[in-house]
Design a binder for this molecule. Structure first.
Ligand SMILES: [Zn+2]
Ligand SMILES: [Zn+2]
Ligand SMILES: [Zn+2]
Ligand SMILES: [Zn+2]
Ligand SMILES: [Zn+2]
Ligand SMILES: [Zn+2]
Length: 432
């Protein structure tokens, strides 16, 4: 509601009624409450600075938002981070913007998206109009011209352009800023940009699911009583109906996201996904991918042969170079998915980063309508969105009781890990 003061001479005509700034100043020592009339930003710094003008014409620099306001100011802060980023790198691609934003917005668990920018489209337009450097940004120009267009930097788009990403090309050289944009104008509508899993992270069945509001994008059966949970022998989140009621009011966040510990999708070990320090597992840079990996584990998958290349890649990923996990290319023909062509739709393994085109699917991975007496079902349609098939590739043995491979690799161990840390601490103390 507070108007932006674009430059000193320019007084804003917006009349929003009296607006007050409240908080603490002098390192939290003094309470502060004053009427304010405008705000401005400084993006010549590494991180954007925000200043608010008091009624008696003093600029007050804002530091951290009060916890309860974080959700409210999230999208404008993301928009400012976006401006700040292009101010120093006007030539940067949309892809590097999102990588940057997911790093700097550690305050929030919801991944920044175009929607945050769309919320402040007029503000962004004004800002770009008034800044020569920002006006040079191709990303901003394209985005402002057609803000509803999703900037697709995902290989899902299936375009022929080859991104110069970290992928499993032997000569794949990593360059940050000229990474892609497979822009598709009309192949995707907003509706199918469904980030959340459509099946339960524990049992892989569908039905009524509760989505994690953290960064994992997973969904869960909340109680074992749900029909599809029973059908799949799902231990579920184990919530009671009372707990479930409460959850609809506030957002649910899974344990992994609460503790910032996620499993590596290769070795299944839990690692810290905290992006501010000692990160152990890194998320695949495809914006629709929610898998985390140890740099070592994913480097081995992406550079199978050459040990030196493996080592280099491992170090780059550990230093936050973006990478795309193997799940986004067919394991047989190495080409991307194309949802529009049935043969080129993906069948995706739920236990490892392996996908196949329907036409490339090995004969021993069968749908239930294909199986003979001794065969196991390893493929299902209708569970995943985007006309994808869900599969378990032959690397995973199917547990006859569960009718899925063992479920240990998917969830939990949080408590075990916590106990382990506590024990270590106790030992250290005993030593002292
Ligand atoms: Zn389930
Ligand atoms: Zn989560
Ligand atoms: Zn691992
Ligand atoms: Zn991925
Ligand atoms: Zn293929
Ligand atoms: Zn697999």
């Amino acid at each position: 509601m507070l108007p932006v003061q674009w430059n000193d001479g320019e007084s804003s005509s917006v009349n929003a009624g009296p607006i007050f700034l409240g908080g603490k100043v002098d390192n939290g020592l003094r309470k502060f409450y004053q009427e304010v009339k405008a705000w401005k930003y400084d993006i010549l710094t590494t991180l954007p600075e925000i200043l608010v003008l008091s009624k008696d014409n003093h600029w007050i620099k804002l530091k951290n938002p009060r916890k309860s306001y974080e959700t409210l100011i999230r999208s404008i802060l993301i928009s400012l981070h976006c401006l700040c980023f292009f101010k120093s790198k006007p030539e940067a691609s949309g892809y590097s913007l999102w990588v940057h934003l997911s790093k700097v917005s550690s305050l929030y668990d919801i991944r920044p998206s175009e929607n945050d920018l769309i919320d402040h489209i007029n503000f962004l337009r004004e800002a770009v109009k008034r800044d020569e450097t920002l006006a040079k940004s191709k990303f901003l120009a394209a985005f402002l011209e057609n803000p509803r267009k999703r900037i697709s930097f995902d290989e899902d788009a299936g375009a022929a352009t080859k991104p110069s990403f970290i992928d499993d090309d032997i000569n794949g050289e990593i360059k940050d800023d000229d990474i892609i944009t497979n822009q598709t104008e009309d192949s995707e509508s907003d509706d199918d940009y469904d980030l959340f899993d459509t099946v339960c992270a524990i049992c892989d069945n569908g039905g009524v699911l509760i989505c994690c509001g953290g960064k994992c994008f997973r969904a869960f059966h909340a109680t074992p009583d749900f029909e599809e949970a029973q059908e799949a022998n799902c231990e579920s989140l184990g919530l009671t109906s009372v707990e479930l009621e409460g959850l609809h009011l506030q957002r649910y966040k899974c344990e992994n996201c609460q503790y910032g510990l996620h499993q590596c999708f290769v070795c299944a070990e839990l690692g810290s996904s905290d992006i501010s320090s000692n990160t152990e597992v890194f998320r695949c840079s495809s914006p629709t991918c929610s898998y985390f990996y140890h740099p070592k584990c994913i480097a081995k998958l992406l550079r199978k042969i050459d040990k030196t290349e493996q080592q280099i890649l491992q170090e780059k990923i550990a230093a936050w170079e973006p990478f795309i996990c193997p799940a986004h290319k067919c394991a047989v023909c190495k080409q991307p998915e194309n949802e529009m062509v049935e043969d080129l739709q993906f069948a995706v393994c739920r236990r490892c980063p392996k996908s196949y085109h329907r036409k490339c699917l090995p004969g021993d991975i069968m749908f239930d309508h294909q199986i003979g007496d001794d065969d196991e079902v390893r493929a299902w349609d209708g569970l995943l969105s985007k006309s994808r098939a869900l599969i378990y590739c032959t690397k995973h043995e199917i547990d006859p009781e569960l009718a899925t491979p063992a479920r240990t690799t998917i969830f939990r161990n949080i408590l075990n890990r916590k106990t382990a840390t506590t024990q270590e601490e106790t030992c250290c103390q005993a030593d002292k």
